[in-house]
Design a protein around this ligand. Sequence first.
Ligand SMILES: Cc1ncc(COP(=O)(O)O)c(C=O)c1O
Length: 401
Amino acid sequence: MDFKALATEYKTPLYVYDLDYMSQQYEKLKLAFKGRKSILAYAVKANSNLSVIQHFAQLGSGADCVSIGEVRRALLGGIAPYKILFSGVGKSDDEIREAIEADILYINVESEAELNRVEFIARELRKISRISVRVNPNIDPKTHPYISTGLHDNKFGVDINSAKRMYIKAKNSDALDPVGIHFHIGSQLTELKPIYEASEIVADMVRSLEAIDIKLKFFDIGGGLGVEYDGETTIEPYDYAQAILATLKGLDITVICEPGRFLTANAGYFLTKVLYEKQNAEKRFTIVDGAMNDLLRPSLYNAYHKIEPITEVTGETSKADVVGPVCESGDFLAKDCELPVLEHNDLLVVHSAGAYGFGMGSNYNTRGRSAEVAVSNGKSRLIRKRERFEDLIALEKEFLI
Ligand SMILES: Cc1ncc(COP(=O)(O)O)c(C=O)c1O
């Protein structure tokens, strides 16, 4: 990838996505589940650019969405309604209504109270809402606490006993059709055992539901497959699929997988330009034009992203904090990054930035968000314009008095 040419053409800070890499990851995972009916439902939250969604739609992907905005994006990107799932702990009435009217595959229900709302709204609409229940299997996924979701002290899903009550209610309802079961224990998973254990618990639940004549069609294993940011040993898609499939013996059920990070993280690069070098008494800072409002993960989770100079630079290296212009001490892209002495306008590439990068961005400090570019077959194209000051004030300007 010619980062220098891309930075020259589109300026910095800039997100660049390798669509061909995304395709390879998609095909690898799809292949791992061959021999079973399966749907990969791309987790739109990982990277919700419309062109990225469209790319997955063209590969045959479904979409896992956590707001009606994401459902609308998925539809606009060309994903068929019957491959769209809607998850999330706090869906509003309007969101539930729109999802039912759009006739998506199912709503992933995350509480008994929500099930009551879905039933009420479906009845109002004189429709039957397909639902799945998100089960919290109380398994420690061994990942960062902020992205761990399958323990009883997390806000997600319901315990097995509540889930059972919800399925019985749904089966007896004239407005609900229980078609699936869902779990997602966390993100950036690098150990197989918790996934296997969670899947076993949920598969047993499917069997116990069959025993009371509730036959589900979809076994939704969530997302979570980890990727390499910093030399982690990751799970091979084949082993992942085998672990899941081993728990499903004897069940005729379609597997749904909701990968996000696995498909996009290492397809993405964040390009940023050096503004200044600064040596304080204790510390060297490399100040760049990208910041926490562009890439929040280092500030939010202390996440590691490999950073390298793009421009040819020589000489001794030393440790520097790579920081942005945002007015927060927590605004950094890397701590103690080994870098040569850099000059004004030298370019840095931040790796593994394709998931939870742009999407977590903000306009903090009235900074316009970066442009986004897609590269495929050696050709690049702009897929989101850089935000201008006018875009940032558009919803406020008319209220000046
Ligand atoms: C329900 C659900 N599905 C899928 C995902 C995607 O996870 P990942 O990007 O780790 O694959 C998430 C992420 O938080 C999630 O909450």
